[in-house]
Every structure is written in structure tokens, then in C-alpha cells.
Design a protein around this ligand. Sequence first.
Ligand code: PLP
Length: 395
Amino acid sequence: MNRAISILPGNPISDPQFSYFTEQELKSARSFHQSLPQYRETPLVSLPHLAQKLGVGGVYVKDESHRFGLNAFKGLGASYAIARLLAERLGLDKPDYKALMEANVERNGKDIVFVTATDGNHGKSVAWAASIFGCRARVFMPKGSKESRVQAIRSINNTPVEVTQMNYDDTVRLAADWAKQNGQFLVQDTGTAEYYQIPRDITLGYTTMAAEALKQMRGQYKAEKPTHVFLQAGVGSMAGGVLAFLVQQFRPSPPCVTIMEPDTVACIYESAQAGTGKPVAVGGISETIMAGLNCGEPNPLIWPVLRDYASFFASCPDWVTEQGMRMLAHPQNGDPAVISGESGAVGVGLLQQLCHSPQLYDTKRRMGLDESSQILLFSTEGDTDPQGYRQIVGE
Ligand SMILES: Cc1ncc(COP(=O)(O)O)c(C=O)c1O
């Protein structure tokens, strides 16, 4: 028997003054990305037949498998954080690719090593971002990491990768200790009261993806605003950053945002359920095919945004994302196909269940999902584990 999906309503507050990022910060991240020679907007795919089948107004999927040739969205965060750090060291007033190159970043950066812990995508992004500026990276991965993901990181600039015997959160602590002991730079997507600038820059980098999606919805599909957005979370930096951006863009009436996690490691769901206002950790070594979401401790820096502004929290078994992967790989009636990996497709799987499962009918009603809904989803990775992908969706 399939395990059930659990959905918890949030209690989003309405704050007409809400501002997590300054306009200046948002602009800085966006113009840095646009300055990169590898920068292209990733496609926003419309799935009209799926929308019709589900009885909603529109379904739009941002396909991040095309981001910087990395097969996932994470390069947006790592590249911005690394560029900001290098710009500061070189005395530049803003991170800009051309300005960094003109300031001889490659010569000045050749002894710099960026260290991180990762489930895969973030580490690959750090290795890539380090390499474009002539720096190096060192990456730590948790127990159980897939060999294909390890190799994908090693193949960038011969980056050393160590697979630990620990879970993700302990691997993060190990990477932080390593960086401190070896005088190297930690580039982590989760933070503490003492380590906040880099995780904030990473979170900020992710807003470019949301800004592109809104522009594409309006420009390509004449859809003024998403009414519902589904965001998957590991430590919650992506979901929190995008949520903060959406609330700022659409205050006082932001879209209904649902945060989704694997049910075996649903630390944000658990934190919301605990109701103490504080983030809760889920310990141990957890199993899920959603490797990018296999994180047991919410990023405490972004957690308050998730707590205060998310409308729903969903805890999803693996079969939900498997269903989403298949639906996106084999679309119906001429909708375009999207190659969406395990951590990318959970939103489509959940949407399908919300629209068709009698057990979720009340939740669907509470969410206000109906024929006028314009739904935005982020397929945050492609087939980052190609063998696993083929086993799930077929050849
Ligand atoms: C493909 C993918 N989607 C979503 C996420 C979640 O991002 P975060 O850890 O910021 O919540 C990750 C994290 O690694 C990821 O790799």
C-alpha cells in the first residue's frame, strides 16, 4: 500500500510592508547572472492539456535542467555567492563577470579553495562556479550518495569529492570544520547566526529563477500572476527565497504557496507542525529518492519566511515524485515533455493527486484550486541520476 500524502495548512500573515530582500540586492543578483557568458533564461513550459485534465486554468513548469549546462537550478546560488566574495576581495563595487575578469580574478584566485557539503547539485555548482573564476573546490557528500552524482562533480576541474559515513546535516558540519582548519572558504546553502552572508547570497541567487518565470508567464502566456506556486524544499533556501520574492512582488495578495518535502525527512513540515515558531531537526540517515531534498535541518535564516508566509506544508512519499516524473516525461495530447528528476517533479505529482484524489478533496478546496487557477511549478533538476531516471520513466 502506498504511504499517504500529508498536508498541513499554514497561517500566512499579511504584511503590506514585507521586505526580505532589498530592490538593490535583487537587481545585483539578476545583473550578475546576466553578465555571465553562459547565461540564458531557462524555458517556462506551458502544459495546457494537463491543465484541462486536472480542471485548472494553466500549468507552467520552469525547466531548470537547462541552467548553465548543469542540469539543475543550483548554479544560480553558488555563482552569485562566489562572485560576490571574489568581487569584495578584489575591491570591486559589484559582482560582474567582465569586471571580475578585467581585475584578473583568475590569477588572483588560483590559490582559493571553496568548500561545501552537498547532496549533488549544489556541490556541482560550487565546483563549476569556482572553475569559471580560476579557483578550486572541495566537496563532501553524505552516505549513500549516488556514484553518478559523485562523478558529475569530479568531472568538473578534477574536483576532490569525499563521500562521508554521515547524513547531510553532519556532513555540512564536517565541511565547515574542514574549511576552518584549512583556511578555505565555506560556500554552504544553509547558515547560522555567525555564518549568514554566503547562505543569504545563495538564496538571493535563486530569485533570478522566479523573476524569469514571472516575466515569461506574462510575456509568453499572458498570465498576469500565478495563483498557486508549489516549491520543494531540502534546507528550504530555494523555497524560502522564492517565497520571499513572490510575497514582495505581489503584496498584499501573494499566491498560495505550498512547500513540499519527502515524507521521510520533512523537517519544515515538522517545524510548522510543532508550532513553537522554532525550526525542528529530523535526525538519522533518511531514505528518499529525492536526494536534493534529503536534508533534516531547515536553514534557520530562511525558516521564519517559510513559517510566516507559506500557505501549506506537504509531506510527500517517493511515489508522488515518481508519478510527476512520468507525467512530465510522457505528456498527453501534444503537451511538451520535460525531463524532470526526482527532486524536480514532486510538484506535478502532488498537483495531480490534489486534483484527482478523493482523500485530498477538502485540501484542494481550501487551497482554492479551480478552473481559474494559474499554477507555477519549478522542475529544479533534470535526470541528475540518469540510471534511476530511466528506471522510473522507462526508456
Ligand atoms: C534539484 C533540487 N531541488 C530542490 C532543492 C532544494 O533546495 P534547498 O536545499 O535550498 O531547499 C535541491 C537542493 O539541493 C535540489 O538539488
